[in-house]
Structure formats: C-alpha cells, structure tokens
Design a protein around this ligand. Structure first.
Ligand code: TRP
Length: 480
C-alpha cells in the first residue's frame, strides 16, 4: 500500500486559520450575490430563511468539513483516502475529494472573471467614470466592458496571476501574509462605508428592507436559493475548509472556529447589504435589479451623491479584497493535491493549475460576447453551465457526502476528538447531520435538477439512488 501523504504545512495559530477561513467565506457571495438575491426575493423574509439555512445546515456541514480535513490530515482527495482506510470504508470515498478539487477549479475559472469586473470598476471609479452617470450611461458602461473579450481577458488574467503568485508561496508566507493585509483592510473599509450609509438618509429604509420580513413575498424557489447560497457563502461542500482544516493543529477548537467563521461571514453579508441598499434607496433606485445591482445600479447611485467618487471607489476596493481572499482558497485544494499526491512542487503546481484554470475561464469570458448564443447545458451559456454544475450539483453533493461520512462512518471516538461538543449538543448535531441536513440538501439538489433538462434528471436520479446505496452500505458495514 502506498505511503500516507500528509499535510506538512500549518497555520501559525488559530487566529490565522480563522482569518483565512473568513477570507475564503467572505467574497463575491457576500457583497455581490447576497444583496442581489435578497433584492430579487423581497428582503426580510428571505434573509430570515437564509439565516435559518446557515444555522441548520451551514454550520453543521462546516464543522464536519473542517473535522474531516483535520482528521484526514491532507488535501481533500488524500484526506478521504486516509479516512476511509482508517475506518475500513469503501476506497471510493476519495471521489468526494476529487469532486471538490474539480469544483474548486471550475468555480475559480469564472470567479476570476467576475472578480475582474470588480477590479476594472475599482479603477474606473477612481478615474471618475461614474461621476454624474445616469442609468443609460451605467448600462452602456457595463455592456462595453462585458462585450469586449480582450478587456475581460485582461482583468481575468490579472486576478488569476495574483492568485497564483500568492498560493505559490505557501501557507505561511503566501496565504497568511496576503490575508493578514486584506482582512483588516476589508473590515476598515466596511466600517467606513457603514458610517457613510447612516448619512444617506435611507439607512432606516435599508434596515427595514433587510430585517422586517414579509412572508407573502417568499416563494419556494427563494427557499432553495437561500439554501444553495448558504453553501456557497460559507465555502463548504468543496474541500476548501477541509484543506484549511488539515493545516490546523489538534489543540485548537473546531467548534469555536466554525462559529467565528459563520458569524463573521453572516455579519459581513448583512453589513454589505445595509450599505448597498442605503445607497440604492437614497437615490430612489430599485433593489431588484439582479446581478446588475452592483455593476449597474450602484454606480448610478454613487454617481449622484456627494462624496460618491470617494465612497464608490472604496466600495469597489472592498469587492476586490473580498474576492481575492476567496480565489486563493478555491485553488488551494488542487494545489495541495498536486503537491502531496503527484510530487509536483507547490510553486510549479500553482502555475500549472493557474494556467489551466485561466484557460477554462476563457469560456466564461466569451460567454458574454462571442459565445453569448452558444449553448452548452440546455439553454445555458458556458458561464451559466459551469455555474450551474458547480453550485447546484457538485457543492450540494459534496456537502451531502461529507455529512454522511461524519455521521455514519466516522467512529464516535474520532468524532468527539475533533468536535468537542458536550453530549447534549452532540446529540442535536448528529440528529441534524443524519436526517435534517441530508434531506434538505437532497430536496434542493433534486429540485435544481428537475428544472434542468431530462438528461440531468436522469443523472440526478442515478446520483440519489447511489447516495441511498452508500448510506445503506455504510450502515451495514459493507464495503461498496
Ligand atoms: N465563499 C466565497 C464567496 O462567498 C466563494 C468560495 C471560496 C467558495 N471558496 C469556496 C464557494 C469553496 C464554495 C466552495 O464568494
């Protein structure tokens, strides 16, 4: 049998782990996606459902994922191989890690393109391009950016390059260093913007939009969107938290870390929402603009306000920092897999993988212009297809299997060693992990696929049947 390959790197201390994990969690998901899906789904009631999803599914899966990484002590593929060997479970569990490594690469391939919009907007805002811009002007500006493959390719390359350079340097001198500059900066900017938001005259309106629920506006679809978003925003289901967990010393508390990560991520999403809706409402604009909220609605708003140039530029700096601390974490599972399993040094692994991901990203770049009429999955562009497969299939599937491993396969002793909950909380946690979370995840999963075309329905049915089979097999102590 081949020798076990383990992570040799480690975080300097628990705070660095928490900071890096918060950096991963806080990203475009918080500042771009959360506000626009909240706007589209009517505000308060949606926020409440989202908070429930974070609490009932997000935190338990996050705990489980970090525990798997620390117990498996390696990149996601090897960690699952180590754990399945240790528990005499099927050797096929390594596929869960592989699913994550692939999903990370795929998500990163479009994430860098969207993050690139943020970088471009930061510079444009600084140059004063949005001063006094009206709604036609803002649409034209956005359309000019996305219809130019070269411009998109340029910013996509800038973000990819940054990610590779940081990750190539390793955990301590790369990831930790970048994070320890970016996270305090992010927090400072957010607080300044929050102060500014209270002066816009629409802070109260923004607050009640986010926090007074109106359930008549809530649809079943919104519940599914909220659940999917809980996964994405906490960076779970993929192996990011697993690989970050593998660098975590045994003496630190996973429970405490998870609560910090989920708390900070949620707080930052809510604060970003408060800032954005204050600015939007102060200018009499609509909250339900969809993905264009950040890139089309917000520039109009900032463009009309006194101090808008300064605060608008700061805002896009916030977007950039949040996005860059996430891109790092999306490539790390694959880099550590190359490093530990394939003997490719981190430096080379980062460049090879970065180049590959950059190449795949060109598909997303073209989705907004030359390939906008080329369909891949059903009616979807390349970008929509990759987004759909990762967010709606690979992440929920990953989260489901991770919960199953911790709940059904892992020994009680190891579980208690990793997750130091007292017996009452442990009981609730396991109950949630065994029954509530998987059923909820399977419902989202199935519903998402029913919306897709029939081929995907068949894949869904097969995957669900497989999941049931795995549950049965592990419960009966058989190997697959
Ligand atoms: N959580 C990040 C965001 O909200 C994106 C992200 C980083 C991610 N790493 C991940 C999402 C791993 C899913 C899995 O923008």
């Amino acid at each position: 049998m081949s020798q076990l390959k383990l992570s040799t790197e480690a975080w300097s201390n628990q705070s660095m782990f928490i900071l890096a994990a918060v950096g991963s969690a806080v990203g475009l998901g918080n500042i771009w996606k959360f506000p626009y899906i909240t706007g589209e789904n009517g505000g308060g009631a949606f926020v409440l459902v989202y908070l429930a999803c974070v609490l009932l599914i997000g935190i338990p899966v996050l705990l489980s994922e970090i525990a798997l990484g620390r117990a498996g002590k390696a990149n996601p593929v090897q960690a699952m191989a180590n754990l399945s060997r240790e528990h005499s479970a099927s050797s096929l569990w390594f596929l869960l890690g592989l699913n994550g490594v692939l999903a990370g690469a795929l998500i990163l391939s479009f994430y860098t393109v969207i993050a690139g919009w943020g970088v471009s907007y930061f510079f444009e805002s600084m140059k004063g391009a949005f001063i006094n811009i009206d709604s036609d002007g803002a649409s034209q500006h956005f359309n000019a950016l996305v219809s130019s493959p070269y411009e998109l390719l340029f910013w996509h390359s800038v973000v990819s390059l940054f990610t590779v350079v940081v990750v190539a340097k390793g955990v301590k001198s790369g990831i930790e260093r970048a994070i320890s500059y970016m996270m305090p900066g992010l927090l400072l900017i957010l607080l300044i913007l929050l102060g500014y938001a209270t002066t816009t005259g629409a802070f109260g309106q923004s607050f009640s939009f986010l926090f007074s629920p109106n359930f008549s506006k809530l649809s079943w679809e919104a519940v599914l969107i909220a659940m999917g978003h809980a996964f994405f925003t906490l960076s779970i289901g993929l192996g990011t938290m697993m690989v970050y967990g593998s660098y975590l010393s045994q003496k630190y508390s996973i429970v405490k870390a998870s609560l910090w990560i989920a708390g900070a991520d949620t707080l930052i999403a809510l604060l970003a929402g408060l800032v954005i809706f204050s600015v939007v409402f102060a200018n009499g604009l609509e909250p339900g603009a969809g993905p264009g909220l950040l890139f089309q609605t917000l520039p109009i708003a900032f463009g009309q306000m006194s101090g808008g140039w300064f605060f608008g530029t700061l805002f896009f700096a916030l977007v950039v920092m949040a996005a860059l601390s996430s891109t790092i974490s999306l490539i790390e599972p694959a880099v550590s897999w190359f490093d530990q399993n394939w003997g490719i040094k981190r430096l080379h692994a980062a460049w090879i993988l970065g180049a590959l991901i950059w190449l795949i990203g060109i598909g997303t770049v073209l989705s907004f212009n030359a390939w906008s009429d080329v369909h891949f999955l059903g009616e979807r562009t390349f970008f929509d297809s990759v987004d759909f497969i990762t967010a709606n299939i690979m992440l929920p599937l990953g989260g489901l299997l991770m919960s199953m491993f911790v709940a059904w396969v892992m020994t009680k002793e190891q579980r208690q060693q990793e997750i130091e909950l007292d017996s009452r909380w442990m009981k609730w946690y396991l109950l949630d992990l065994k029954w509530f979370a998987p059923v909820a995840i399977l419902i989202v999963f199935a519903t998402n696929l029913v919306e897709a075309d029939s081929v995907w329905m068949m894949v869904a049915v097969a995957l669900i049947a497989y999941a049931v089979y795995v549950i049965n097999a592990v419960r009966n102590g058989r190997s697959l």
